[in-house]
Design a binder for this molecule. Structure first.
Ligand code: 0WD
Length: 255
C-alpha cells in the first residue's frame, strides 16, 4: 500500500546522497512508488547506481540536458521500462558557472547566461515535451526553484533570473497540459547544503541568515522537501497545478 502505491516516476538530478533529488526519491519510494533514475555522465553513474539499489529503483541511463539526443534516449529507456507509462517526473537540475555566482549580476556573460537558462530553465520544458508522451492521466511534473526568483538574493545572480523564468514556465506548462489532467508544479526550497549550493558565494552565511530569520528558526532538510514532493505526486494534490509551494521553514514571509 502507500500514498504512491502503483505509481511510477522518473527522477532527474541525483548527484549524491545530499541531492534534493535523492531526498525526493527516498520519500517517493517510502510511499510505494517505483522509480527510475538518470545520471549526468560516467562520474555520477558510479554515485547514482548504488543509491538506486538502496531503493530497488532502476537506472535508465545518461541524460545531459544540453544534449537533446541523450534526453530522448533516457525517455526511450523509461518508456521501455514502464510500458504502461509514468505517473510523475521530477527535474532537480540547475547550473551556472560558479565564478558568476558571486559579486554583481551586472557582470553576467552572455555565454553563461545562455548556458544557465538552458540547463536551469529550458531543460524542464524539454523534459516536459518528452514526459507528456508517456505520462498517464493524473500525472504530475515537478521542478525545484528558489526564493531568489522572487527577490534579490546575494550572489544568486543569473540563477535568480533563470528560476524566475522557470517559475513562469511552470505556469505555461500547467496551462498546456491541464486539459490532459497532467499537473505541473514547483517546490521553492529553502537553502540546503548540496553540491550545487556549494558553488554559491557566502552560502554558509545564507544558511545562518535563514536560521536566524525564518519563522521556524531553522533551515529545511531534503527529507522535508521529499515529503512535499510525494504529496505533489499523489492524488491528494489532484486539484493543484501551476503552483509554487515554499518548503523553506517560512522564510518567504519575512525575507
Ligand atoms: O539550497 C539548495 N540546494 C536549493 C536548490 C534551494 C532551492 C532550489 N534548489 C534547486 C537547484 O537549483 C536545482 O534545481 O534544487 C535542484 C537540485 O539541486 P541540489 O540538490 O541543490 O544540487 P545537486 O545535488 O548538486 O544536484 C544538481 C544536479 C547536478 O549536480 P552537479 O552539482 O554535479 O552539477 O543537476 C544536474 C547534476 O546532476 N545537472 C545536470 N543534469 C543533466 N544535464 C546538468 C546537465 N547539463 N547540469 C547539472
Amino acid at each position: 500500500g502507500g500514498l504512491l502505491a502503483g505509481k511510477r516516476g522518473l527522477v532527474l538530478g541525483v548527484a549524491n546522497n545530499r541531492s534534493i533529488a535523492w531526498g525526493i526519491a527516498r520519500s517517493a519510494a517510502a510511499h510505494g512508488a517505483e522509480l527510475a533514475f538518470t545520471y549526468q555522465g560516467e562520474a555520477l553513474k558510479k554515485r547514482v547506481e548504488p543509491l538506486a539499489r538502496e531503493l530497488n529503483a532502476h537506472v535508465v541511463g545518461h541524460c545531459d540536458v544540453t544534449d537533446p539526443a541523450s534526453i530522448d534516449s533516457a525517455f526511450k529507456a523509461t518508456a521501455e521500462l514502464f510500458p504502461e507509462g509514468i505517473d510523475f517526473v521530477v527535474h532537480c537540475i540547475a547550473f551556472s558557472d560558479k565564478d558568476e555566482l558571486t559579486g554583481r549580476y551586472l557582470e553576467t556573460s552572455e555565454a553563461n547566461f545562455t548556458k544557465s537558462l538552458l540547463i536551469s530553465c529550458y531543460s524542464f520544458t524539454a523534459v516536459a515535451q518528452r514526459a507528456e508522451k508517456i505520462m498517464r492521466e493524473g500525472g504530475s511534473m515537478l521542478t525545484l526553484t528558489y526564493y531568489g526568483a522572487e527577490k534579490w538574493m546575494p550572489h544568486y545572480n543569473v540563477m535568480g533570473v533563470a528560476k524566475a523564468a522557470l517559475e513562469a514556465s511552470v505556469r505555461y506548462l500547467a496551462a498546456d497540459l491541464g486539459p490532459k489532467q497532467i499537473r505541473v508544479n514547483a517546490i521553492s526550497a529553502g537553502p540546503i547544503k548540496t553540491l550545487a549550493a556549494s558553488g554559491i558565494g557566502d552560502f554558509r552565511y545564507i544558511l545562518k541568515w535563514n536560521e536566524y530569520n525564518a519563522p521556524m528558526r531553522r533551515t529545511v532538510t531534503i527529507e522535508e522537501v521529499g515529503e512535499t514532493a510525494a504529496y505533489l505526486f499523489s492524488d491528494m494534490s489532484r486539484g493543484m497545478t501551476g503552483e509554487i509551494l515554499h518548503v523553506d521553514a517560512g522564510y518567504h514571509v519575512v525575507g
